[in-house]
Design a protein around this ligand. Sequence first.
Ligand SMILES: [Zn+2]
Length: 441
Amino acid sequence: MQSAEKYFIGIDVGGTKVYGGLVTPAGAVAAQHKEATPPKAGPKEVLEVIEKLVRELLKAGGVPFKSVIGLGVAVPGIVDNTGRVVVTPNIGLSGMDLKKVLEKKYKVRVVVGNDVNFGVMGEKWLGAGRKAQNIIGIFPGTGVGGGVIVKGDFVTGHQGAAAELGHMCVDPKGPLCTCGNAGCLEAVVGRWAIERDIRAAVRKGEKSIITDLSGQKFTQIKSGTIAKALKAKDPVVTRIVAHAAETLAAACVSLNHVFNTEVFIFGGGMIEACGDFFLPRIEKALKKDPFFKDLQTPKVLVAKLGDDAGMLGAVAAVRQGLDLKAITGAYYPKLRLLASGKVAVNATLIEKPFYVRADGKLKEPDEFVPPHITSDLVEELTKKGPDALFIAVGKNKRLTFSPKAARYLKKKKIAAYILPLARVVKAYNLSEERKAVFFYL
Ligand SMILES: [Zn+2]
C-alpha cells in the first residue's frame, strides 16, 4: 500500500510574476512560492524560474520530488493542443515546446495551457463553478480574458486558440484593439479601453472627478479609481462604464446563444472593483433574453480563487484523467471499524466527536450540541468543499440536520448521508469523490 502523500505542482507564469503551488490531489495548497518574471524573459529565463519554483516548493513543503505526480503550467498566451506555446505577447515563450521540455526534465505528467482557460478550470474544481459542467468565464482586467468549459472540459478548438472571448467583435466599426482587429469586446470593456474613453472625454473638456481622483499625474486610471468615480455618480465615468457593461451584457447573451451555458463566472480587476455595477446589468440582460425565455437563465457568479485560479487550474488540468482512486486512496485516511464498535482513522482511535475534512485533515468540531447538526457545523465540516458528507452515528444516538443546514447542503450540492457507523466506514472508504466524514459515536 502506498503511504507517502502525493502532490501536484501548479505554476502560473505571468507577465510580472511566476506563482507556484504544491497542491494535494484533494486541492489543499501545501506550499506556495512567488518569483518575479525576469525582464525580457525568454525561454531560458522562464525555464530557470520554473525550475527554481519547483525547488522552493519542494523545500517549503518538505517533500522529495518523487512525491510529485504531475506538473501543470499556465502561460499567458496561445498554447496548441500538444503543449507547444504558439504565442505569448508579453513574455518571450513563443514557439517553445514547453510541455516536451518539462517532461524531458522532470519525467512526470506535464500539462501546459492558457492561463485563463486554466483559471476557469480552477474555478470549476474549487471555486465558484464547483459542480457546473458548462461554464463561461470572463475576466475583464486591463484586457479581457476568457475561457469556456463544455461538458466538463475546456474548449480549445482546432489549434488550441479557442475561447479568446475578449477578442470577439462586438462592433465592426468600433475602436482598434491591441490584437489588430476593430471593435473587440476588450476594446470596449478592458480597463485600457475605458481609460481611453475617459481621457478622450476629458480632453474634449467634459468635467469629471476622475482627474482629481487620479492625482496630478493622471498617468493611469486604475480600476479602483473608476469604482470611486462610479460611486460618486460622476456622469462621464458612469456613461462610459455603462456602455461597457451593456456591451459585455450583450456579448454574454450572444455567448449563451452559442453555448447554452449553465454558469457565467466573472473575475479580473474591473469586476473586483466594479462588479456591483457590471453584474446586475448582465443578469438583467440574460433574464430578459426573449429568445431563451423558456430556458433556465444562466447563473452569474463572481470568481472565488483570485490569484490562485491559474495555479490551481493548472493542477486541475494535469490531475484530470488520472486514476484518482489510486491517488486519493493514498491521500484520504482509511477508516477501520473495530470490534469494540469504535472506529480508527488510520492509527487514531476516535473517542469523541471528530471529523475528517475534504482535504484529509483530522479535526474536532468547534461546537456540537446533539441531536442537531446546525448550519454552522455543516459549514465547518464542508469547509474544503467535499462533494459528499458522511455522518456516522453510534448505537442509540440520533442526529438530524437543522432546516438551515439542509438548505445549505442543497445549495452547495453536497450529498449528505446520516448512517450507522459500519455503513459510513464502508461508503467512505469506497467513495472516489471529494469527501468529508463526521463521527458521533
Ligand atoms: Zn482584439
